[in-house]
Design a protein around this ligand. Structure first.
Ligand SMILES: Nc1ncnc2c1ncn2[C@@H]1O[C@H](COP(=O)(O)OP(=O)(O)OP(=O)(O)O)[C@@H](O)[C@H]1O
Ligand SMILES: [Mg+2]
Length: 345
């Protein structure tokens, strides 16, 4: 006899296209029945994307057919009609009242400078006259408080919303502001989902032109929770020029495309280093970001060289666009912010 658990276990091998999580943990399996070698399952997707449905159906059928004793498999995939959910929708998404645009800063790979770019772009957009919020969605390794120099705890408003502290004119929220000391976060997926949901919907963001969201590396819980909770206006992809980073960047781009989030463009960070004697050293190679953008048919937003000033500014809590706006490092971020602003109007 085939048990529900056996079937559910088998379905855990099917990943949601573009994500590293499986359809069972996303809660997409709605019904399972099995009798006399025939298995029938119902999957309920929250996205109208027909490619995702086709792929999930084919993979689910394949894994179920391989179970011993199964002779017939029926996989029914239900989806909302296109247009029924908002643009870029993956689930039941909510607009954040007062927030005009939500942009995610992402990459597949760790340590390529996402948080550095998020902090600098947030401050640069502020300098260009926009009202800006910066949300740190890195629950395990929040670095935005350090980079923005924020240490005060958020207060709670009369209507029980978290009030984000303001640094360099930017409203900031991060798990790092809520935890004490160096407590490690050992939460599992559902807690991350819940926290990100609250960061988006239970924070008094007020009126913002842009809410920038700094993502952890990878294509896991934080990315999916973000895409499911609010409609994203676009993703900014940060990469270093070398192939090791570009390979994972492709996954990041594919993930956004699967959930219909427009790719606003690629930033090549750590493009090159100039020695004190003026010699240019291309530590990670150079130009890979621009080439990949062309290959992916995505805009190239600009390159940011390696500057000690960028790292020092981040460690001091005053992003380089604030501490040295006229330094080439500051200018590089301001140019990228201008390109983004032009794109988004
Ligand atoms: N262009 C640059 N020049 C010099 N240092 C840089 C540059 N970009 C980033 N750094 C430094 O590299 C380190 C990693 O950057 P950052 O934390 O922004 O990466 P990340 O992609 O957010 O990492 P994670 O994947 O851990 O979230 C930081 O110490 C940062 O100051
Ligand atoms: Mg980071």
């Amino acid at each position: 006899m085939l048990s529900q658990d056996t079937i559910l276990n088998a379905l855990k091998a099917v990943k949601y296209p573009g994500f590293s999580r499986d359809i069972v943990s996303f809660g997409l399996v709605k019904d399972i029945s099995a009798a006399a070698g025939a298995v029938s399952v119902v999957l309920q997707l929250t996205s109208p994307n027909p490619d995702a449905a086709r792929q999930i159906k084919a993979e689910a059928e394949q894994v179920l057919k391989q179970l011993p004793g199964v002779s017939r498999v029926v996989v029914e995939v239900r989806q909302p009609a296109a247009g029924q959910t908002g643009a870029g929708a993956l689930g039941s998404q909510n607009k954040i009242q007062g927030v005009k645009r939500i942009l995610a800063v992402a990459s597949g790979k760790g340590g390529v400078g996402k948080s550095t770019c998020s902090a600098n772009l947030a401050c640069a957009l502020r300098q260009l006259g926009a009202s800006v919020g910066l949300l740190d969605c890195d629950i395990y390794g929040p670095s935005i408080p350090l980079m923005m120099g924020v240490y005060e705890r958020p207060t709670v408003s009369a209507d029980e919303r978290l009030v984000p502290p303001v640094a360099h004119g930017v409203k900031v929220m991060s798990i790092g502001l809520l935890l004490t000391d160096d407590q490690p976060v050992i939460w599992r997926g559902p807690m991350i989902t819940k926290t990100i949901h609250q960061f988006l919907l239970a924070v008094a963001w007020g009126n913002l032109d842009f809410l920038l969201v700094d993502l952890p590396p990878g294509t896991g819980d934080a990315q999916l929770s973000l895409c499911q909770t609010v409609p994203l206006d676009g993703g900014v992809i940060v990469t270093t020029p070398q192939e090791a980073s570009l390979g994972v960047v492709r996954k990041g781009i594919a993930m956004f495309r699967k959930v219909n989030v427009p790719i606003l463009g690629l930033v090549e960070n750590m493009s090159y280093f100039t020695t004190p004697t003026g010699q240019r050293v291309e530590i990670f190679g150079h130009g890979g970001g621009r080439e990949e953008a062309a290959r992916q048919n995505a805009p190239f937003l600009g390159e940011v060289p390696i500057f000690t000033e960028i790292r020092e500014a981040g460690d001091r809590g005053v992003p380089v666009v604030v501490s040295a706006p006229n330094h080439p490092a500051g200018r590089a971020f301001i140019q990228i912010a201008e390109a983004l602003k032009r794109k988004l109007g």
